[in-house]
Design a protein around this ligand. Structure first.
Ligand code: NAD
Length: 363
């Protein structure tokens, strides 16, 4: 047994179908009288519906959240928050909206009630990525972590098929990096391992039957588990590469994670076989098996399809190799380049398929 530290999970979680109805009660628990609702433009109707639902306890809606939390959008939202005399943040949406809520919480100290509608998993973490003058920086602070999260399965029924798959792989990537993190602990590993099982079972089901509540519930449960794990661990090579591609080349968040993760997991499988056993058990193997699963579920497979050129890949490998990061297997610039090349071309990484018998040369 390895030594570990675990600070506990401070965020209150309400999970179920129709639990959006609990919002007024959760606001009462905060002692909030003036909640300010956030969403992206695409989910403005959901935000207005929420404002209606809370009636007098609401004081305004800002439906302008966008990807990567640009500080100029935060400044607009902050001005509206202050003008409304708000005392609490009520964010409904994916990681972009959750990010804006965190940015406001950091600047105002207000409590956050977050209602995630994707599987991206920002809601349980103390991490905030912000973009200023085209540069994205990430920080961690306990003040960033939301106080309460409401997971309502019903809200995920409208997630489009492609975002369902890429967002699920985004969550799976968090779980995988949690399993081999230097600060992994047995509780988070149990959670991440259980999430692999939940996604492996439910995602194929949701791909054929998107309105299936039981399968959607399993996926949202997996997302909660992965988000929780992400909130306590040091991220490794996968996050480093996703950050470089998103930050320096503007690739879309969920798709980038979805394409990269089987390749990085295949690379790390050699050094972290024991830690990654739950991934092998769920998908056949962390590399090839996960890639087969992603392909069967209709995930994008090639970085080239995100508009990246071969020169971009070479430059990304150089940027990623510049600064150190935690990873179970040290990666040279050449090793990073070969991971990125395989992901750029959409090659199947090594690793046995689900249900295949293990052979000597197939990890
Ligand atoms: P997103 O929040 O940008 O949402 C993508 C699109 O899907 C938006 O147009 C949104 O309106 C729409 N959408 C969301 N839920 C929907 C639903 N249920 N039905 C229909 N449409 C819906 O994308 P994302 O992948 O959830 O989040 C990505 C962002 O989150 C990135 O900026 C990333 O850096 C951040 N993130 C942060 C952390 C963290 O811990 N800080 C973790 C994960 C992701």
């Amino acid at each position: 047994m390895f030594p570990f530290q675990f600070a506990g999970i401070p965020t209150r979680v309400v999970f179920g179908e129709g639990v959006l109805a609990e919002v007024p009660e959760e606001l009462r628990r905060f002692g909030s009288k003036r909640a300010f609702v956030l969403s992206s433009a695409g989910q403005e109707d959901a935000a207005l519906g929420l404002a209606d639902r809370i009636g007098d306890r609401g004081c305004g809606v800002f439906a302008g959240a966008v990807m990567h939390t640009p500080t100029e959008v935060t400044a607009q939202a902050l001005a509206a928050f202050r003008a409304a005399g708000a005392d609490c943040i009520l964010a409904i949406g994916g990681g972009s909206t959750v990010g804006l809520g965190k940015a406001l919480a950091l600047r105002t100290g207000a409590d956050q009630l977050v209602i995630p509608t994707t599987y991206a998993g920002s809601e349980m973490t103390d991490i905030l990525g912000e973009t200023e003058n085209g540069r994205k920086t990430t920080r961690r602070d306990p003040a960033i972590r939301p106080e309460t999260v409401i997971y309502d399965v019903d809200l995920t029924l409208t997630l489009p098929p492609q975002l369902t798959v890429t967002s699920a792989l985004n969550a799976i990537a968090h779980g995988i990096e949690a399993l081999y993190a230097p600060d992994a602990n047995p509780i988070l590993s149990l959670m991440a391992g259980e999430a692999m099982r939940a996604f492996a079972t439910a995602l194929p089901w949701v791909t054929t039957d998107p309105q299936n509540r039981e399968a959607r519930a399993q996926m949202l449960y997996g997302a909660w588990l992965c988000s929780t794990a992400l909130g306590y661990i040091t991220m490794g090579l996968h996050h480093k590469l996703a950050h470089v591609l998103g930050g320096s080349f503007g690739t879309p968040h969920a798709e980038t994670h979805a394409i990269l993760i089987p390749h990085v997991a295949a690379f790390n499988a050699e050094a972290a076989a024991e830690a990654l056993a739950p991934v092998a058990s769920a998908f056949g193997s962390p590399g090839g098996g996960l890639w087969d699963f992603a392909k069967a579920c209709g995930a994008p497979l090639r970085l080239a399809d995100l508009g990246l050129t071969r020169n971009d890949i070479i430059r990304a490998a150089a940027i990623a190799a510049e600064s150190p990061y935690a990873n179970p297997r040290p990666a040279t610039q050449a090793a990073i380049l070969s991971i990125l090349e395989a992901a750029w071309e959409g090659r199947r990484p090594a690793g046995r398929a689900a249900g295949a018998t293990m052979t000597k040369d197939q990890p």
